[in-house]
Ligand binder design. Structure first.
Ligand code: SIN
Ligand code: FE2
Length: 232
């Protein structure tokens, strides 16, 4: 039997069919409730003010937003001003099983891709704690997901992410450039041709780690890793 899990050289983990069809439908119901409470918004690029082709929302104590003031995490929805809804229990369960990280995620970004949407290569680096992985769950249409190394412009690899698949960006893969090259038409009926991707992130360094493991904290202070890189 072909293994459902593939681990790439940089540590990126791809679990095919992590969620079965019933679990995908259940998760979709949870995400519809999140979107009803925190409507999808159109993020914009900080410098150019160009709209992303993806619409977004969040759940959890913090949510990721982007507008002319920059990329950031914030506690409230940019349009309604309300706190983000809670992260659904089954999403927290997935984090517990896949993250191998002893603290809860603080943000779950919900990306909504219509068939023509894509996402350019970028790093997830607005978090304080790169010791925590980023865990992603996909629903609906498959996509071609690309990832490379930690510097822009290097070679990339492509993999197909289908409905129910999970990806974990940990270790060297945590700061890998990654993006969505395109949505594959006709690949799923779950979302009428659209795709939803959830990414779970730990944003702040857990306070108890900072108090109990000062040495580890210093060694893992990743904030200087990218100072020589151009802004995204
Ligand atoms: C992201 O990098 O925020 C999204 C990745 C994906 O849609 O699979
Ligand atoms: Fe990302």
């Amino acid at each position: 039997m072909r293994s459902r899990t593939r681990i790439y050289d940089n540590g990126l983990v791809h679990v095919r069919a992590y969620l079965n069809e019933a679990a995908q439908r259940a998760l979709l119901g949870e995400i519809e409730a999140v979107i009803a409470a925190a409507p999808l918004f159109q993020p914009r690029m900080p410098k150019t003010d160009k709209p992303f082709s993806v619409r977004m929302t969040n759940c959890g104590p913090l949510g990721w937003v982007s507008d002319r003031n920059g990329y950031r995490y914030q506690m409230a929805h940019p349009e309604t001003g309300r706190p983000w809804p809670d992260i659904p229990g089954m999403v927290l369960e997935a984090w517990k099983e896949l993250a191998h990280y002893p603290h809860e995620p603080e943000a779950c970004l919900v990306n909504f891709y219509e068939p023509s949407a894509r996402m350019g290569l970028h790093q997830d680096r607005d978090e304080e704690d790169f010791a925590a992985p980023v865990v992603s769950l996909s629903l609906g249409s498959s996509c071609i997901f690309r990832f490379g190394g930690r510097t822009r412009g290097g070679p990339t690899q492509a993999l197909e992410l289908a409905s129910g698949d999970a990806v974990v960006l940990a270790g060297d893969a945590r700061l890998a450039y990654h993006g969505v090259a395109r949505i594959i038409p006709g690949s799923s009926s779950l979302l009428g041709g659209n795709r939803v991707n959830l990414t779970l992130r730990r944003v702040s360094k857990p306070r108890c780690d900072a108090l109990m493991m000062p040495q580890k904290r210093d060694q893992n202070d990743d904030r200087n890793w990218n100072t020589d890189q151009p802004e995204q």
